[in-house]
Design a protein around this ligand. Structure first.
Ligand code: AOF
Ligand code: ZN
Length: 359
């Protein structure tokens, strides 16, 4: 069906803007926005505001003062209206009952209980449904949620800092262990901690745990939750004295060997004969982890890049040169943004940006 794209896309963009207002309050639900339009006028707006509370469509329809206008209105929703009785009744049913004759949907809901059923319910009731409208934008809005449901794994964000000449670290001898090498600046540090607040889990490999002794907690940004800490220590080479074993926050450790339990720390045995990442990522999926930041080191990052198991890379680019040391990965994807942080910058790369169906 032809659709008046220019005008209509403005309403979908507004719905996306509204959806974003739910950021960090709705997880593990997606961010969703809705706009009700009557003869090119917005007569109601809403978004999913908090996990467990009303869905976007409910708030948008409730906001319409003169309900008699609904019988000639269009509702724009960033995500397919739901078809299931969850914490709230189905939105598709609400739309049908409201008498709205036209629905413009951004993207189909990948959640097994919905997945096309909401759209079908509305079509069966005689509603005109426009599907996949501004789909790439609506997909990007909830890329963590989509990756989690479609691919049964968390959305993977690679993060590293490198010098202008492409090094992540100097060649450190043992006496320099325990202190991360300084590449960027204070502002970058704040940005890293902000990133941690937004994601569900954060992982490092053996070498980083040994050399840097990271605690992987959020310290430079106000937080009410810390991401789950994940350590990849297959051959149990990280000393128990390192910060990751302090039990301060929940921690998962993947290892080939059987391990005793420690407070707040879960050891998960990896089967050497099966795919490593497959086991780790499905275990994280079972733990309801929708997004994972991988903060190094080079071996862990390269391994994920080689397997194409990543979605986004955030590279903090410092202002100096090391001239020798540990090489950073080549930029693996397409650059989508660059933010300047004093004399450093944050470069964001994506593995796939256009054809999201194949992600
Ligand atoms: C919508 N509109 O605004 C949102 C939807 O536990 P519940 O009942 O809140 O349902 C959560 C699921 O509903 C969530 O996983 C996703 O599939 C869908 N979210 N659907 O029609 C909304 N937030
Ligand atoms: Zn709903």
């Amino acid at each position: 069906m032809e659709y008046p794209f220019k005008v209509a896309s403005r309403y979908m963009h507004r719905a996306i803007e509204l959806a974003r207002l739910g950021m960090s309050r709705v997880a593990p639900n997606p961010m969703v926005g809705a706009v009700v339009v009557y003869h090119d006028m917005i007569i109601g707006e809403g978004f999913h505001q908090r996990f467990g509370e009303a869905h976007a469509e409910v708030n948008a329809i409730n906001a319409v003062k003169d309900k008699s206008l609904l019988k000639d209105a269009t509702i724009y929703v960033t995500l397919e209206p739901c078809a299931h009785y969850g914490k709230t009744p189905p939105c598709a049913e609400l739309i049908i009952k409201s008498g709205i004759p036209r629905v413009v949907v951004g993207v189909t809901d990948p959640f097994a209980k919905v997945k096309g059923k909401g759209i079908q319910m509305m079509k069966d009731a005689g509603i005109q449904v426009v599907e996949s409208f501004c789909e790439p934008l609506c997909y990007q809005l909830n890329r963590r949620f989509f990756t989690f449901h479609r691919h049964k794994r968390p959305y993977i964000i690679l993060k590293w800092a490198q010098t202008l000449d492409g090094f992540m670290d100097i060649d450190r001898t043992k006496e320099y262990y325990g202190q991360p090498t300084w590449i960027t600046n204070e502002l970058s540090k704040v940005a890293v901690h902000k990133t941690r607040v937004d994601e569900d889990a954060i992982m490092v490999g053996t070498q980083t745990a040994v050399k840097d002794n990271p605690s992987l907690t959020v310290r430079e940004w106000a937080q009410d939750k810390h991401p789950l800490r994940v350590l990849l220590d297959l051959n149990s080479r990280v000393p128990r004295t390192q910060a990751l074993f302090d039990g301060a926050i929940p921690t998962v450790i993947y290892t080939y060997t059987e391990e005793s339990s420690l407070p707040n720390t879960t050891f998960v045995s990896i089967d050497k004969t099966k795919g490593l990442w497959q086991q780790i990522l499905s275990d994280l999926h079972e733990r309801n982890i929708q997004s994972l930041i991988v903060e190094g080191g080079p071996t862990t990052l390269q391994s994920l890049i080689k397997e194409s198991l990543w979605d986004e890379a955030r590279v903090f680019l410092g202002h100096g040169f090391f001239q020798s040391g540990v090489r950073a990965p080549e930029f693996p994807g397409t650059m989508v943004s660059r933010d300047y942080l004093d004399d450093s910058s944050l470069i964001v790369l994506r593995r796939e940006i256009d054809n999201h169906e194949n992600l």
